[in-house]
Design a protein around this ligand. Sequence first.
Ligand SMILES: *Cc1c(COP(=O)(O)O)cnc(C)c1O
Length: 418
Amino acid sequence: MDHFSYQQGILHAEGVDLHRIAAEVGTPFYCYSQATLVHHAKVFTQALASVNPLVCFAVKANSNLAVLKLLGEAGLGADVVSEGELRRALAAGIAAHKIVFSGVGKTREEMAFALTAGIHQFNVESDRELLLLNEVARDLQMKAPIALRVNPDVDAGTHAKISTGKAENKFGIAIDVAPSVYALAQTLPHIMVRGVSVHIGSQLTSLEPFRAAYVRVKELVQQLRASGVPIRSIDLGGGLGVPYVSGGSEPPLPLEYGAMVSALFADWDGELIFEPGRLIAANAGILIGRVTYVKQAARTYIITDTGMNDLMRPALYDAIHETVLVKQRDTAPTSVSVVGPVCESSDVFVNDVSMPLPAEGDLIAFRSAGAYGASMSNSYNSRLLAPEVLVDGAQFSIIRKRPTYAEMLQDEQMPEWH
Ligand SMILES: *Cc1c(COP(=O)(O)O)cnc(C)c1O
């Protein structure tokens, strides 16, 4: 569910006509609905109420400080994958004891910062990382709380570039070697074993891969406890998919996911952590651009002022975002390709989609862009980063401003010998 809908033929974000924002902010821009973000946080948390979850929002999905603050106030913690994300979560007021640190390549400096901040746990992805963390904690005279991220070798059935739980992926520790790494952890004086974690991929559209992974994790936990490893927390990761285009695949609802988890972990006496990202943010955001040209060539190209640097998902994952005109037109639908201005053939939002032909100057919206949109954006082709706007009812506020061209240039300098 989201709060982007047509009112008298014009797409609104909650109560705000998107033309109003475009007039003030310019295009392109990201626009988020506060009501949708908060609703998603509540729906997910309530679906898991019976297991009293710690829900840690995956910051990489949308790392804007205002969004993090909102979600923090809605009760969520944070799942971070870098010191930068950890600093963001803390700056947004999320308590350190609700933050977990994931990622395959944590550095010594990142570990020290997170230990000093007092985070909830490190999700450790290799024996090498475990040894380094032990050293860093020793130097600080601390004990690092850890879970080992295990790789259960299940096929998430999602796009290859967002699958993380197969044996050939770089993530986690193979589940059958995990017991030996726990045994190692037990010998390290500056490591405190808390739990097990798993995350098998993103945009999952079926419950089965989750269930398969969770059953394996449960078996592992029983085995570990039986051998004296004090496991008291299981982190079940994120990955629940969202509907991107109407008529496309319908992922399971949070309620269905919650029912599956609750049944599987009904007898679990410890903590359960979840790391949803996309589910919370994707459908709470849209990207708005303006049609610069309508070019008639082999195809009819709608050339917009937003491109793959603003929204990488189509170029990176073959993702399709539902593309609509902000002001509906009653011209007959025609087959068009919607593209950006970036000098790459992959800078295509969608090919051969049927829509009413827009006029140059019309606003165009790419829906479900609230996750892995702005957070992945970059300034390739020396394009300015798109600003972000948050809507609440009839009001809107800029939560990341568009940089100026002067700001874009200011950090670069000639070499001293020039
Ligand atoms: C990216 C990521 C998530 C969030 O995935 P979503 O599909 O956005 O829910 C959760 N946990 C880890 C470890 C991740 O890398």
